[in-house]
Design a protein around this ligand. Structure first.
Ligand SMILES: NC(=O)c1ccc[n+]([C@@H]2O[C@H](COP(=O)([O-])OP(=O)(O)OC[C@H]3O[C@@H](n4cnc5c(N)ncnc54)[C@H](O)[C@@H]3O)[C@@H](O)[C@H]2O)c1
Length: 338
């Protein structure tokens, strides 16, 4: 195989980023896209010069000109296309989360275990320089074991109100909480045993969105480590970045503190923008963590190596985050994971 022929199912917000990453990689050829939204499909096909377009994902998966598929449709719809790609023996890059129910997550993970193709879950934050450097220091034994992590990921209000028409089918724990819990679990190297979480509604409910404003969870791991995880998506328009991202990891002999909100770059015009770096081209060349995640997937497709984030990670995270959602539903009842 000299070039990886790729198809993308779902070309919305995040799907658009995947199209750009594919186009920037000389090892890849963007051969097919699929979306239910025909106007968007036509617009993307014209913008990226894609020869094959489909509204039925089964047709894209069956297309002879496709070796690898990127699935980028809403969180609660991942099961069917993901399993179809794996069953067709093609390579799969699946957007996070693996699924929003344990049943769906187990089904995808079981299929991935016996599938011949490469499978990667796109938890792209593992490819941010700071988080990768922290992991390398932990692996080198520099700071000893992780004792606890406090972390937050938040979005400005415009994300749930203008960008996610399907938000009531997912949960902000699956939408953004997953990114920080993934890093915490990766650093801790153990599995979640017990969860207690609460959420509150108000700001979004008043605007007609049937979803929580924030969630706060405490997750205890088998090895004794503890994670305090916060997620919210009601940051005001004046917050100077689309995200607020904090991560404080206390170890036996050190601290790893990643503050991605206070970035190195600030720009001000009519408004002040902290412009969280990490994505976007450098001198016209694709760069940043999303590009690194994509390159890693393509590397693994060519070499046969196992990607850094697999179905087992996705399943463990789905179990923990479904427990978070369930504990919220029960107003803070403790959930034990088997
Ligand atoms: N890794 C990250 O940091 C990151 C960031 C944003 C989104 N995501 C994930 O990407 C996925 C998509 O999110 P988004 O923000 O792009 O959503 P979006 O609503 O902007 O786009 C989803 C697209 O999928 C299409 N679609 C829905 N059902 C379909 C089907 N059955 N067949 C074909 N097309 C279908 C919709 O028409 C839409 O264009 C979600 O799982 C989300 O969690 C990941």
């Amino acid at each position: 195989m000299d070039r990886l022929r790729c198809g993308v199912i779902g070309v919305g917000w995040q799907g658009g980023g995947h199209l750009a990453n594919l186009q920037a990689d000389p090892r890849c050829e963007l051969t097919a896209i699929c979306d239910l939204n025909e106007a968007l499909l036509a617009e993307r096909a014209a913008a990226f010069g894609v020869p094959h377009t489909f509204t039925d994902f089964r047709q894209l998966i069956a297309c002879e000109a496709v070796d690898a598929v990127i699935v980028v449709i809403p969180d609660h719809l991942h099961r069917e296309p993901a399993m179809a790609v794996l069953e067709a023996g093609k390579h799969l890059l699946l957007e996070k989360p693996l699924a929003v129910t344990v049943d769906d997550a187990e089904a995808i993970a079981a299929t991935a275990r016996s599938a011949p193709g490469t499978f990667m879950l796109n938890l792209s934050n593992r490819f941010m320089h700071a988080f990768a450097a922290g992991k390398a220091a932990l692996e080198a034994g520099q700071y000893g074991a992780v004792k606890y992590v406090w972390c937050r990921l938040a979005n400005r209000l415009e994300v749930p109100t203008t960008r996610l028409p399907w938000l009531q089918h997912s949960h902000l724990a699956h939408w953004i909480g997953i990114h920080r819990l993934d890093i915490a679990r990766w650093y801790i190297g153990s599995e979640v045993r017990r969860v207690r979480a609460v959420e509150r509604r108000g700001v979004l409910a008043a605007q007609g969105f049937d979803t929580a404003d924030f969630v706060q969870a405490t997750l205890e791991f088998d090895n004794g480590a503890v994670v305090n995880l916060e997620a919210n998506w009601i940051l005001p328009a004046g917050w100077p970045s689309l995200v607020d991202s904090r991560f404080y990891c206390l170890c036996e002999r050190g601290v790893i503190d990643v503050d991605r909100t206070r970035s190195e770059l600030s720009m001000a015009g009519e408004s002040f923008d902290l412009n969280t770096p990490g994505a976007g081209p450098v001198h016209g060349r694709a760069a940043g963590f999303t590009v690194e995640a994509h390159r890693h997937f393509v590397d693994c497709c060519f070499s046969g190596a196992t990607p850094l984030v697999g179905a087992a990670d996705g399943l463990a995270l789905a179990k923990a985050l479904c427990a978070v959602v369930e504990s919220c539903r029960l107003d803070g009842e403790v959930i034990e994971l088997s």
